[in-house]
Design a protein around this ligand. Structure first.
Ligand code: BGC
Length: 755
């Protein structure tokens, strides 16, 4: 497609028309110039493609529902995410779609967000890595993705009007970081802006977000589309870099665009940029389309089962109640065993071509007794169901209770206001624990729940919302065909009020203040020493792993100083298993407030009994950095850090100290009023400090004993770090040092750094 020529030939009206949808799912064609219309569909964990010619935008074709992001994230597995992406990409090719909408990589700020099941994690590194893998998978099949919802769409409550009030450092470190990683590493064809406002400005007309950060800083080259109905002022949107409005605006906004250009309020060149990106997307589709691609739903169903079996998290396994012994008499209790909850409500809802329940899949292993125990919508007599279930539990050796949250509890469009499970299910668990000692609870929920039964049952298995093949995957884990290896991608607090956003969720009126700042998820629980129900990164296995030999080494790769961490992991149990090894960076000497530790690496390793393998991590300077508002950039302070390697955020097995000098280019503007603490954050500043201490003899015998205490340089550093440099000569005369000398030292320091 000769895009330059087409742009020259398009009339103003045609240009404006290309900037919004034809209908719910298509872009507009311009037949005169052979510009075809292309189709987009939801995502993210399968296809929700509208039935052709259907007037109902929610009537979709049969497709495979893969595990939702809440579950996928527990795999900590980039390869699995790519595999799923490829499968979805194939489906899209077959269905002639240009773009599949997703993945969503918004941060789980509160467990209450109704849409958490569509998002990966409370941790930006994990969310970014997995979103990138998902995108790589889909796009490797020549189909585009739409990374969403950019940004700060962390609640459903008033999602189309609420303003997320968030400071710059928090925005960069927590809420934008996953988008940044996915954009830079995986280059999504498109990004979808969110409904909400950020610090007062709608995402759909936020130039800082859509152009300055996304394009100019991160180098995004694709198209930005609106979330469905997210446009407030279309002309402002064009100016900000919102290329495509979705769905259709019934030509209302096309007219406003034309009018704005004619009246000189909008430069045509700006409109041309948007048109170019729409045409580029159409062109990409045409170049990559392979409508003959086969789509084997059964193969994808099997893939969904395999993926989900690696996402399931074993939360508790006392007395080795699991894996189940087929020689025992086993009861499956709970309606979810028969009709599992495996996806959430809203735009990601898939018309699943088949669903395998645990009750159906268990036949591959053994026979079980079944009682439904409760009704999902309360339409049946729960009392009668409870009695039946208790009787069934009495007759059996082991009971597996399938429980969790019904659809009505969580969905796109609204948030929860508590973290409890339905009372009927809690009562069922209680009553069954009275008659049977071997109880396992299998959970189906999109987001954390309180677990008043945690001490009463022996086993807890978290499946999240695990896709249409969940029943098979659950049985594979329950019977030990698959050794569970998932780990939690978010903290389960003991109670809602422990959560850091508790005081400010969902906000007041149209404002929600992110007052907890960077202390989201484990960053908060760690710092406050609040013991969670289950920590971030936690998950058990049927085997055990031993960690040893953490070794760190520096090297330079492409001009960046890279730290390599190597650790040996051994399977010390009697069955094969996979372990997710996590690496956290800790900076406890920073002059800014930093979390106790932050995830900066994870790898999954498969080990036979007795086998050992080395696991490697590479950390660049960004892994040590915080976002420095004064310098408007990422800054890794010079100094000592700790590398922590472990099996969860609360189970650190090995630690090593490392000195880091980021090699970043600073624009130093130190003055006599900078504190020694500020100056000590750069290696050149440390040198200057040592020189000053020596010249002024601050560590020696002649120093003022009242000021210097034991006279050590370490003590001098602690005492001076909060003083401005000028203060050295303000209190008393220091022999051999004048204010003029100090100024010279500072000038030299600035020159050294900037030079
Ligand atoms: C959702 C998006 C979705 C779009 C199209 C919106 O309501 O927020 O995630 O892609 O609808 O269905």
């Amino acid at each position: 497609m000769n895009i330059d020529r087409i742009i020259e030939e398009l009339t103003l009206e045609e240009k404006a028309s290309l900037c919004s949808g034809l209908d719910f799912w298509h872009t507009k064609p311009v037949e005169r110039l052979d510009i075809t219309s292309v189709m987009v569909s939801d995502g993210p964990h399968g296809l929700r493609k509208n039935v052709e010619d259907s007037q109902n935008p929610n009537e979709s074709i049969k497709a495979v529902c893969f595990p939702t992001a809440s579950s996928l994230a527990c795999s900590f597995d980039r390869t699995l995410l790519e595999a799923m992406g490829k499968a979805i990409g194939e489906e899209c090719q077959h269905e002639q779609l240009a773009v599949v909408l997703g993945p969503g990589c918004n941060i789980k700020r509160s467990p209450l967000c109704g849409r958490n099941f569509e998002y990966f994690s409370e941790d930006p590194y994990l969310a970014g890595q997995l979103a990138a893998a998902h995108i790589r998978g889909v796009q490797s099949r020549g189909v585009g993705t739409s990374l969403k919802h950019f940004a700060c769409n962390n609640q459903e409550h008033r999602r189309m009007s609420v303003s997320a009030e968030v400071d710059e450092r928090t925005l960069r470190e927590i809420y934008l970081a996953p988008f940044e990683t996915a954009v830079k590493e995986a280059k999504p064809w498109t990004v979808m802006c969110s409904y909400n406002r950020i610090n007062g400005v709608y995402s759909s007309e936020n130039k800082r977000l859509l152009t300055d950060i996304l394009r100019d800083e991160w180098g995004f080259k694709g198209l930005v589309m609106s979330d469905w109905g997210a446009v407030n002022d279309r002309v402002e949107g064009i100016k900000a870099g919102l290329d495509l409005e979705m769905p259709t605006s019934y030509e209302k906004n096309d007219k406003l665009i034309v009018q704005a250009v004619e009246e000189g309020r909008l430069e045509e060149a700006q409109l041309d940029k948007c048109v170019r990106r729409v045409l580029e997307m159409v062109d990409r589709y045409l170049e990559n389309a392979e409508p003959d691609t086969a789509w084997d739903m059964d193969r994808h169903h099997q893939l969904a089962r395999k993926i989900q079996s690696e996402c399931i998290v074993l939360l508790k396994n006392d007395n080795n109640v699991l894996p189940l012994d087929v020689k025992q008499k086993i009861a499956f209790i709970g309606k979810f065993a028969e009709t599992p909850r495996y996806q959430g409500g809203g735009s990601s809802h898939i018309n699943s071509y088949k669903v395998t329940s645990a009750l159906e899949a268990v036949g591959e292993y053994t026979e079980v007794e079944y009682a439904s125990g409760y009704s999902i919508s309360g339409e049946d007599d729960d009392e009668k169901l409870l009695l039946e279930a208790v009787k069934c539990a009495e007759r059996c050796d082991t009971v597996v209770i399938f429980a969790g949250l019904p659809d009505s509890f969580e969905s796109e469009g609204y948030d929860r206001n508590h973290m409890q499970m339905p009372q009927s299910q809690l009562r069922l668990i209680d009553e069954i624990c009275k008659v049977n000692k071997n109880v396992v609870v299998v959970l189906h929920n999109g987001s954390p729940i309180e677990m008043p039964f945690v001490e009463k049952v022996d086993g807890i298995v978290e499946t999240y919302l695990g896709g249409q093949a969940v029943g098979g995957a659950v049985c594979d884990v329950l019977f030990g065909k698959v050794n569970p290896c998932g780990k939690l991608a978010e903290t389960f607090p003991k109670k809602l009020s422990d959560n850091p956003s508790y005081l400010n969720f969902p906000g007041e009126g149209d404002t929600v203040k992110y007052n907890e700042g960077i202390f989201v998820g484990y960053r908060y629980y760690d710092y406050k020493e609040i013991e969670p129900l289950f920590p971030f990164g936690y998950g058990l296995s049927y085997t055990t792993f031993e960690y040893s030999n953490l070794k760190l080494s520096h090297s330079e790769i492409d001009g960046d100083d890279v730290l390599t961490a190597e650790v040996t992991v051994k399977n010390t149990g009697s069955v094969a298993g996979k372990e997710i090894v996590q690496l956290y960076v800790s900076d406890r000497h920073s002059h800014v407030i930093r979390p106790v530790k932050e995830l900066k690496g994870f790898e999954k390793v498969e080990l036979k009994p007795g086998e050992s393998k080395k696991v490697m991590f590479r950390l660049d300077s960004r892994a040590f950095a915080y976002y420095c508002e004064e310098m408007s950039g990422w800054r890794a302070e010079y100094g000592e850090y700790e590398i922590l390697v472990g099996a969860s955020s609360a189970d650190i097995r090995l630690k090593e100290k490392v000195y880091v000098s980021s090699g970043e280019k600073l624009t130093a503007k130190f003055t006599l009023n900078s504190t020694f603490g500020d100056i000590l954050t750069v290696p050149e500043g440390r040198k200057m400090f040592h020189e000053l201490v020596a010249r002024a003899n601050l560590g020696g015998d002649d120093s003022d004993p009242a000021l210097m205490g034991d006279g050590s340089e370490q003590m001098a550093e602690s005492m001076l770090k909060d003083l401005p440099v000028r203060a050295i000569v303000s209190f008393s005369e220091v022999p051999g040092i004048t204010r003029f000398d100090l100024q010279n030292m500072i000038d030299k320091l600035n020159d050294e750094i900037n030079g």
